[in-house]
Write a protein that binds this ligand. Structure first.
Ligand code: C2E
Ligand code: CA
Ligand code: CA
Length: 695
């Protein structure tokens, strides 16, 4: 801080010294001037006295001839008289010496006789006096000759005073020496006192000022301290406020980032499958849209691969949704390993995955990827205690060849996937335009099929089932046929899957059941007794809550006895029903027999099988075909036979076409045979004609 008291004390000290330095000499000067003036006026007065008193001798002296070097003058008798008169006048005055010059500057008289005759014409003071001006001069003499003798340390004021004659003309000059030592001594003393006084006053002033300034300085310092404290407080407050603001800011930022996190989470959820973490359908569609624009712009190709797991539904239904979910996660991660980073893999839902491959140069590149994906299922998935073998079917569509829009490409890849599945498991298939024709055909067929039921275009054919040992007719399987005016005769393999997919199977299946029962009862009433009739049952029928009422209604209406009715359910279908055991038990309770169709192709575990209220196993045609050709198939048949024997199941082999197959099955103890060897499925009339007279 600016030091006020130091500044003021320094400045005022300098000013005081300056003031003292100016005032002292000024006072001295003024005093000297005063003394000089006073002494001069006394000299002038004395000169007047001398002039008056010494008028005569003086006049004579002025006019006297001076002679060489004043020697003559010095010897003149007037001079001695004058000397006496002057000394007499000088006595008891301060005048200590007198000199008289004539007009020519010659010293005509001096109290110091040795100086008589000297010339002072060149002296400026003398000249001024000759012009009528009095001039004085103050001087300090170490020694001074006076008429009373020699004086030491004397202050002397000498004045040149003109001698004015009767006609006012200047006749000569007096030089009077006056002793001013007492005045000057007094002056020195008063100067000292004045100096001391001034010094004291200034010192007092200085002191007062110093005190005032110091007090002011203290007040200022205090004030400054207060200001500093206030500033510090303010700073602290500002700092605290800043911290507060920062904190608030951070909180705000936190809230914002929380909101952002929530948003990005929502965003993530909107675009990702929560189970597998893969992109979801929406994400895939948006990406495909973008990629299509880019590909069109840069004239590039891209591929859409539709991937569907072949046996997922069975696994999910038999092992539970927990295992199903786990399996999907494993499949997703295994697929991810085989898909290039630049390609996009997403899960459409269920067991459907879809992959986008960009920057495609040739169809072979897609084939490589498709084979890799299929190869990814070569080794089993391990889920807890279960080791599962799965396969996937892939349908591929290409841009721009197979479509230019997201919808077209996805639909066509889907069609290609169905085709791949139709060929067999673990295959891929490229889309072909004929698939669209097929799809259109399917739609047309579906419409026709709906109509077929009402228009009586469906008929039931029957295929015999004979006793292996005796060859006697023990039953027949009812197999539906469609006589379409537009399509001609349509076999069930062409329309049953369609009916299953569209839900038509429920009405269709119920109709077959009703028609079969009606036919059998009609035969029985007219003398042809078929011991047992088997009807294929779709799981979709079984799952309908009203199915048991329908079944009871059919039995009631047709008069069919339940003991002669057997329902065939495919092994995999039974596994797929959530509560199969209860449902089958209800059928058993009605007295209906149950057969597991296509046995050996499904996943039934032995323990599960043991619990099912089933009487018959139908060995699938694919194994029978392998008899005499494929030892593996034969081994499976042997195993099934042993299993059936130990669990007490009756066994029917289907698709028996040769005596060799029949012999092999008879050997193993298979009770019944069904196949072309004994007869194809034929119309009821033909069936009755053939079997009413038995060999
Ligand atoms: P499925 O139940 O396994 O029926 C046996 C199929 O094998 C029948 O084909 C039959 O004609 C055929 N077949 C029988 N023996 C031989 C043989 O020695 N050699 C050859 N190559 N084939 C033989 P179809 O009639 O075409 O029936 C196909 C499938 O359609 C049936 O397979 C069955 O699953 C389904 N199906 C037929 N009718 C109905 C029905 O009324 N309801 C339901 N839900 N499904 C039906
Ligand atoms: Ca069957
Ligand atoms: Ca079968």
């Amino acid at each position: 801080m600016f030091n006020l008291s130091r500044y003021f004390s320094t400045v005022s000290f300098i000013l005081i010294v300056l003031a003292a330095g100016v005032l002292g000499p000024l006072y001295r000067q003024l005093s000297l001037q005063q003394i000089t003036e006073l002494a001069e006026s006394r000299n002038v007065a004395m000169a007047q006295v001398f002039e008056n008193s010494l008028y005569l001798p003086l006049d004579a002296l002025m006019t006297a001839s001076i002679g060489r070097d004043g020697v003559f003058l010095r010897q003149s008798p007037e001079l001695a008289n004058l000397q006496q008169s002057v000394v007499g006048l000088m006595r008891n005055t301060a005048v200590i010496k007198v000199k008289i010059y004539n007009r020519l500057g010659t010293t005509v008289f001096s109290t110091d006789a040795s100086q008589i005759g000297e010339n002072r014409l060149g002296n400026p003071a003398f000249r001024l006096a000759m012009n009528g001006t009095v001039l004085s001069e103050l001087a300090h003499r170490n020694t001074m000759d006076s008429f009373e003798g020699r004086l030491a340390e004397t202050d002397v004021l000498s004045s040149y005073i003109p001698i004015v004659g009767k006609d006012k003309s200047i006749e000569g000059v007096f030089e009077l020496y006056q002793d001013v030592t007492p005045f000057l001594t007094q002056l020195r003393q008063s100067l000292w006192w004045v100096t001391a006084g001034v010094f004291l006053v200034f010192a007092a002033l200085y002191l007062m000022q110093f005190l005032v300034v110091r007090r002011a300085q203290r007040i200022l310092e205090e004030q400054e301290g207060r200001i500093k404290a206030a500033r510090d407080t303010l700073e602290i407050q500002v700092e605290a406020r800043t911290e507060q603001l920062k904190l608030a800011n951070r909180q705000l930022e936190g809230e914002i980032s929380e909101r952002r996190q929530a948003e990005s989470k929502l965003n993530y959820l909107a675009y990702h499958d929560p189970l597998t973490g893969l992109a979801n359908r929406r994400c895939f569609i948006e990406r495909l849209q973008e990629s299509l624009r880019d590909a069109a712009h840069h004239d590039q190709q891209l591929a859409v691969l539709f991937i569907d797991l072949d046996q997922f539904k069975q696994v999910n239904d038999s092992l539970g949704h927990g295992v199903g979910d786990e399996l999907l996660v494993s499949v997703a991660s295994r697929l991810s390993e085989h898909v290039r980073l630049i390609d996009m893999l997403s899960r459409l839902g269920g067991d459907e995955f879809i992959c986008l491959m960009e920057g495609l140069r040739s169809a072979e590149e897609v084939e490589v990827l498709a084979r890799e994906i299929i190869g990814a299922f070569d080794y089993p998935f391990r889920l807890g205690d279960n080791e599962l073998f799965l396969s996937a079917s892939i349908g591929i569509s290409l841009f721009p060849a197979d479509g230019a829009s997201v919808d077209d490409l996805m639909r066509n890849a889907d069609s290609a996937m169905y085709r791949a599945k139709a060929i067999g498991r673990g295959q891929y298939h490229f889309y072909t335009p004929e698939m669209t024709r097929d799809a259109k055909e399917r739609i047309r067929m579906e419409n026709l099929l709906r109509r077929a039921l009402d228009h009586g275009e469906l008929v039931v054919h029957l295929q015999p089932q004979v006793d292996t040992l005796t060859g006697q007719l023990v039953g027949a399987e009812a197999l539906v046929r469609w006589h379409s005016p537009e399509l001609g005769l349509v076999m069930p393999s062409s329309f049953i899957p369609l009916a299953e997919d569209s839900g038509i199977i429920i009405a269709l299946g119920n109709w077959v059941l009703w028609e079969t029962c009606r036919q059998v009862m009609q035969w029985r009433n007219s003398g042809f007794d078929l011991p047992m009739v088997s009807v294929n049952l779709s799981v979709k029928q079984l799952e309908r809550p009203e199915f048991f009422d329908t079944l009871a209604g059919i039995l009631d209406e047709t008069g069919m006895d339940a003991a002669s009715l057997k329902l065939e359910l495919t092994e995999s279908v039974v596994m797929a029903v959530g509560d199969a055991f209860t449902l089958l038990q209800r059928l058993r309770d009605l007295g209906i027999s149950l057969a597991l169709d296509d046995f050996g192709t499904g996943y039934s575990s032995l323990s599960y099988l043991k619990m099912l209220p089933v009487q018959q196993l139908k060995i699938d045609r694919s194994f029978v075909m392998g008899i005499g050709r494929n030892p593996g198939d034969e081994a499976i048949i042997r195993t099934v036979m042993e299993l059936a024997k130990s669990l007490g199941f009756e066994v029917v082999a289907e698709g028996v076409e040769t005596t060799e197959q029949a012999a092999f099955l008879a050997d193993l103890g298979c009770q019944q045979l069904q196949g072309f060897l004994h007869g194809k499925a034929v119309a009821p009339a033909e069936f009755r004609a053939r079997w009413s007279v038995q060999p």
